[in-house]
Design a protein around this ligand. Structure first.
Ligand SMILES: [Zn+2]
Length: 239
C-alpha cells in the first residue's frame, strides 16, 4: 500500500493505493478529511476526476461534520465530559475566593477545576487548553527524545498548537515538528505514534516505502493505532 497527498479542487486529498477493484471516496470526522482508496492500476487523472465529480457530496458531508462540531461546544461547567489521554473525565468546577485557578485530575475519572468566582467560559477554556498543552508537552517529550535517537534524526524544534486537519506536521527542510493540541485527548500510544510518524518524516518527507518501512520496523502496530486514532468519537473533539 502507498499513500500520497493530492490537491484536488483546492482541497487536500489523501490517496491510499491498494490491491482493490473499485475506487472509494470517503469523508471523515472531525473535520471532513477526504480519503480515497484507489486500485493500484488507476491513473492520478482518473482519481482527480472521481473526486471532482463527487465534490457536491463531499462538501455536504463536510458541512455536516462542521455543524456537529459546533453543537458539541463546551461551556466548561460541572458535569461535562472532557477527554484526556483517551479517557473521559467528568468536569467539576468549583469557585474559590482567590484570583488563581487550579486544575487537577482526581481519582480515575474526575477533572477538577477550581476558579475565581468571576471567571468566564472563555477563561476556563483557555486555562484547560494551557493545562492540556503542558501535560501533552511533558508526556511527548521523552517520546520525541527516544525516537530522535532511535531514528538518528535531529529535529530543530518541536511544539504544540491547534491544527484543524492534522495530528501533527513536520517540515523536513527546517526540522520543525508540530503536534496537534487535540492529541492530549487521545490514548498515550496514539500520541507516541504521531511523534514517531512526524520524526520519521525527517528520514523520508513523503509517505513512501522508506517511510512506511521505518514505521513498520519501530511500531509494527502503527496501522491499527492510526485507525483507532481516526475512529475515536466526535464527542472527544470539540472544545
Ligand atoms: Zn505524514
Amino acid at each position: 500500500m502507498s499513500i500520497e497527498n493530492l490537491t484536488i479542487g483546492g482541497t487536500q486529498v489523501e490517496v491510499h493505493r491498494k490491491k482493490i477493484k473499485n475506487l472509494h471516496v470517503g469523508v471523515y470526522p472531525p473535520d471532513g478529511r477526504i480519503r480515497v482508496a484507489a486500485p493500484d492500476s488507476i491513473s492520478t487523472d482518473a482519481i482527480m476526476t472521481a473526486v471532482l465529480t463527487r465534490m457536491d457530496w463531499i462538501r455536504r458531508r463536510q458541512s455536516r461534520f462542521h455543524s456537529q462540531e459546533r453543537q458539541s461546544v463546551r461551556r466548561y461547567v460541572s458535569g461535562e465530559t472532557h477527554y484526556f489521554l483517551g479517557r473521559p473525565l467528568r468536569l467539576t468546577v468549583t469557585e474559590c475566593d482567590t484570583k488563581v485557578h487550579r486544575i487537577s485530575i482526581e481519582g480515575r475519572d474526575r477533572l477538577h477545576l477550581s476558579v475565581p468566582a468571576d471567571s468566564t467560559p472563555e477563561n476556563r477554556r483557555k486555562w484547560i487548553r494551557n493545562w492540556r498543552r503542558a501535560q501533552l508537552r511533558e508526556l511527548a517529550a521523552p517520546y520525541a527524545e527516544t525516537w530522535a535517537s532511535t531514528l538518528k534524526v535531529a529535529p530543530t524544534f518541536w511544539g504544540i498548537r491547534e491544527m484543524r486537519t492534522k495530528w501533527g506536521s513536520c517540515n523536513p527542510k527546517t526540522g520543525r515538528v508540530w503536534l496537534n493540541l487535540e492529541l492530549s485527548k487521545k490514548p498515550v500510544e496514539a500520541i507516541n505514534y504521531v511523534v514517531l510518524h512526524e520524526l520519521a518524516h525527517l528520514i523520508s518527507p513523503r509517505h513512501d516505502e522508506r517511510f512506511i518501512a521505518t514505521l513498520d520496523a519501530h511500531m509494527p502496530r502503527w496501522r491499527q493505532i492510526r485507525s483507532e486514532l481516526n475512529a475515536l468519537p466526535l464527542s472527544s473533539w470539540s472544545e
